[in-house]
Design a protein. Structure first.
Length: 132
């Protein structure tokens, strides 16, 4: 059946994306979690679940799907960026700075990278002793 196919986790993730786009957040969350259970090492459903929870303002919960990925040595900058955004929204400046920096190590040039550099400057200035 469907659950024996190699692309089954991708199908679950894609259904989750469609549900999220339609505004059906509860079912989208269920499908992302099923995709993660089917393929635990895949970053896509973890990133999507984190984005969904972040949009709902569930910031601590949104960190959880990415926590294991950011602790590994990954070269996927979007994982670090997603985690940094969540930690930034949660007011955790130290973690936000740490993971924005990790994002910048492998991030491609472009507008998104420039925006992160600007945000990092703001956070670092806010942390410096002279800014208090």
């Amino acid at each position: 059946a469907l659950d024996k196919r190699r692309d089954y986790p991708k199908v679950l993730n894609n259904v989750g994306l469609a549900l999220m786009a339609r505004g059906d957040q509860e079912d989208a969350e269920t499908y992302f979690k099923r995709a993660i259970a089917a393929e635990p090492d895949s970053p896509e459903p973890r990133l999507n679940l984190a984005a969904l929870l972040r949009r709902q303002g569930k910031l601590e919960e949104a960190s959880l799907p990415l926590k294991g990925l950011v602790e590994k040595d990954t070269s996927q900058p979007r994982i670090f960026l997603s985690y940094a955004l969540i930690r930034d929204d949660a007011g955790d400046r130290a973690d936000a700075v740490r993971y924005y920096r990790k994002y910048l190590v492998n991030a491609p040039p472009g507008q998104e990278r420039s925006a992160v550099i600007e945000r990092l400057k703001v956070l670092e200035n806010a942390q410096s002793p002279g800014s208090r």
